[in-house]
Design a protein around this ligand. Sequence first.
Ligand SMILES: *Cc1c(COP(=O)(O)O)cnc(C)c1O
Length: 244
Amino acid sequence: MSRIADNLTAVQDRIADACAHANRDPAEITLVAVSKRKPAQDVLAALAAGVTHFGENRVEEAQEKIPQVLARVAPDGLQPVWHMVGHIQSRKAKLIPPLFDVIEAVDSLKLAQKFSQLAAEAGQTLDVLLEVNTSGEEAKAGFAAQNWQSDAAVREVLLQTMQDVAALPGLHVRGLMTMAPFVDDMEATRPTFVSLAALREHLRSEIGWALPDLSMGMTNDYPVAIAEGATIVRIGRAIFGERD
Ligand SMILES: *Cc1c(COP(=O)(O)O)cnc(C)c1O
């Protein structure tokens, strides 16, 4: 328990440093503690230490863990806010809205359409982020956006798809999410984050979306992501330790 609290303090200090360097207010940054493959008791320890946003990446795991956490949270205490950060199969989409508050990884038009339909059926609006594959790595999910600034064909398809998403009812598109390549040198992730921030500006002017959030930055690279405008950082290992 104190290990998680200590780790959390170190992460918060590093966020504060990154903000100071970038002339940003740490209050602009939401820390999402990614608790995937960690038990409910670790979530409760982080919650006790003051984190309120949690990220999970698998539906089945969340179906078990989220009720376990909620059963042990005092009704008048801090309530966790759950972010789905992993890829969602279309046929499992209906399981997501009852469990999660923010769906960060909407990575295709088909999935956006599915959530729009679920939102309509439930008479609710869903908070979503659109996952963008800025690095072009094949193993990564997300709307294709490699070299979108220099490649007009990529840009055209991307913009058309985003316009199709914007036309769907029931979705509150809060922003964009990306994952940088996994590299040793944190500096090498910067172009990915710069590209995502620029894409937000482009979509703001082309579609008129407000897009307040940029979800970028994980254990390996969050100081760089903050320097480039992240408003949400998703951090697992630096808080909870290495995963098995
Ligand atoms: C696992 C995961 C994270 C956290 O990664 P760490 O390296 O543990 O900080 C962030 N975002 C997504 C989408 C993840 O799957």
